[in-house]
Design a protein around this ligand. Structure first.
Ligand SMILES: NC(=O)C1=CN([C@@H]2O[C@H](COP(=O)(O)OP(=O)(O)OC[C@H]3O[C@@H](n4cnc5c(N)ncnc54)[C@H](OP(=O)(O)O)[C@@H]3O)[C@@H](O)[C@H]2O)C=CC1
Ligand SMILES: CC(=O)[C@@H](O)[C@H](O)COP(=O)(O)O
Ligand SMILES: [Mn+2]
Length: 400
């Protein structure tokens, strides 16, 4: 077995956001390869019992939990008879484990801008950074990529579309610009792809979270329903792969079998396909450059049926175009867009904002708040805080 240094020892993995959809699936893949991986740290925000159970199964050295839940986690671990796990508060513990010399690989699976600090810390510490937490890159932008370069980290995409693109691109990044025409992200269109746009004001959080192809956390599920997920993914692709925004395209593909594609200069298209199962890109990231068993089912070509493609409509999915607008605006604008969207989705899930007003809040926040280009993590955090305050004002205005 090889770790990233080829030393022969097991890869020591920290899973940030272990109790979420990506975190659980990461642990599923890791558990299939006990000779290859060792779990050394797990984190959660507030799911104490679930984190304690994961600790009982994976026996990490560290468990990180939201500051208010540290005592509860210690109690839960004792009740399960789990000894030897050091409990750390999230306010310091996330960065501590992301940078610990005992950690080789960090799975970044926290949702939202809350994952930015630990991602930057892991990048600067030169870790192998498996990025599911797309919001961290949308907020951090070039600053994030510079931290990866400065730290000598290995950044590998976990988001299914970006994993697909990474698999379809030439191995040598220095040839991408010359050989590639454009990259094409596929989007399912979410649960409201065929719903009358005039009725989108009535949809409930339960309906919005019922994704047709993937079982995911609630925030990303709402983003899929508005197609803000794809807007975030366009921005994510821009920073991950360095292509100009006009060389990134989105097409709706309701079956979620073609996970994305790369169109080359000669008009040849290379795509990555597979069943919609996040364990595939997770296993790809964990095993890279090798290929390892993921647990996913193989595609059955005889039962697959039609693979279809269509253009996203501006009336139903107005948020999608904010990605290109934000990328063309001054640095920091993508962080404003992300903050607005996190607030709007939160308000919608709390029943304080109509679904079709999510876009209204995002656009109004972009118009009301012009960021100063960020030069540090503190700048980014301040920008995020200020944009959220503006977005909450817009939520209150939309509710009037
Ligand atoms: N789910 C999927 O299939 C995909 C997800 N992604 C991306 O991966 C990331 C995770 O998504 P997903 O797994 O669906 O999300 P979930 O909501 O299922 O899980 C989020 C995880 O992050 C923890 N968490 C939440 N808030 C905080 C916080 N403020 N500080 C520290 N930890 C926190 C949660 O802890 P607790 O459980 O205790 O609340 C949980 O462990 C997102 O960025 C998403 O866009 C990308 C592609 C696919
Ligand atoms: C699994 C994954 O990567 C999600 O980001 C997924 O792509 C969401 O589906 P949508 O295409 O509907 O946004
Ligand atoms: Mn995706």
């Amino acid at each position: 077995m090889q770790d990233k240094t080829g030393s022969g020892r097991r890869q020591r993995v920290a899973v940030l956001g272990a109790t979420g959809s990506i975190g659980e699936q990461t642990l599923d893949v890791v558990a299939r390869h006990p000779q290859r991986f060792e779990v050394v740290a797990l984190s959660a925000a507030r799911q104490v019992q679930r984190l304690a159970q994961q600790c009982a199964q994976h026996r990490p050295r560290w468990a990180v939990i939201g500051d208010d839940h540290v005592d509860a986690l210690r109690t839960a671990l004792a009740a399960l008879g789990v000894a030897g796990v050091q409990v750390l508060p999230a306010s310091t513990g996330l960065v501590d484990v992301a940078t610990a010399p005992e950690v080789d690989t960090v799975m970044a699976a926290i949702v939202g801008a809350a994952g930015l600090g630990p991602c930057l810390a892991a990048a600067r510490a030169g870790k192998r950074l498996l990025l599911a937490n797309k919001e961290a890159l949308v907020v951090g932008g070039e600053f994030f990529i510079s931290a990866v370069r400065a730290g000598g980290a290995q950044l590998l995409p976990i988001d299914s579309e970006h994993s697909a693109i990474f698999q379809a691109l030439p191995e040598d990044p220095s040839t991408w610009d010359e050989r590639v025409d454009k990259i094409v992200l596929t989007a399912s269109g979410g649960p409201f792809r065929q719903r009358d746009p005039a009725t989108l004001g009535e949809v409930t959080p339960e309906q919005a979270c019922a994704h047709p192809n993937w079982v995911m956390g609630r925030k990303i599920s709402v983003d899929s329903a508005t197609m803000m997920n794809k807007a975030l993914e366009v921005i994510e692709a821009r920073y991950l792969f360095g292509f100009a925004p006009e060389r990134i395209e989105v097409v709706i593909h309701p079956q979620s079998v073609v996970h994305s594609m790369v169109q080359y200069r000669d008009r040849s298209v290379v795509a990555q396909l597979g069943t919609p199962d996040m364990r595939v890109p997770i296993a790809y990231g964990l095993g890279w450059p090798q290929r390892i068993e993921s647990g996913a089912e193989a595609l059955d070509w005889t039962r697959l049926g039609a693979l279809t493609f269509e253009a996203p409509g501006p009336q139903r999915f107005p948020g999608l175009w904010l990605a290109w607008e934000a990328l063309q605006a001054p640095p920091g604008t993508t962080a404003v867009l992300n903050a607005a969207n996190e607030v709007a989705v939160d308000a919608f899930l709390q029943g304080r904002l109509r679904f079709d007003h999510i876009h209204r809040v995002n656009r109004a926040t972009l118009e009301a708040y012009t960021p100063t280009p960020p030069a540090s993590l503190d700048d980014l955090l301040a920008l995020d805080r200020e944009a959220r305050a503006v977005a909450w004002q817009q939520v209150r205005r939309a509710a009037q």
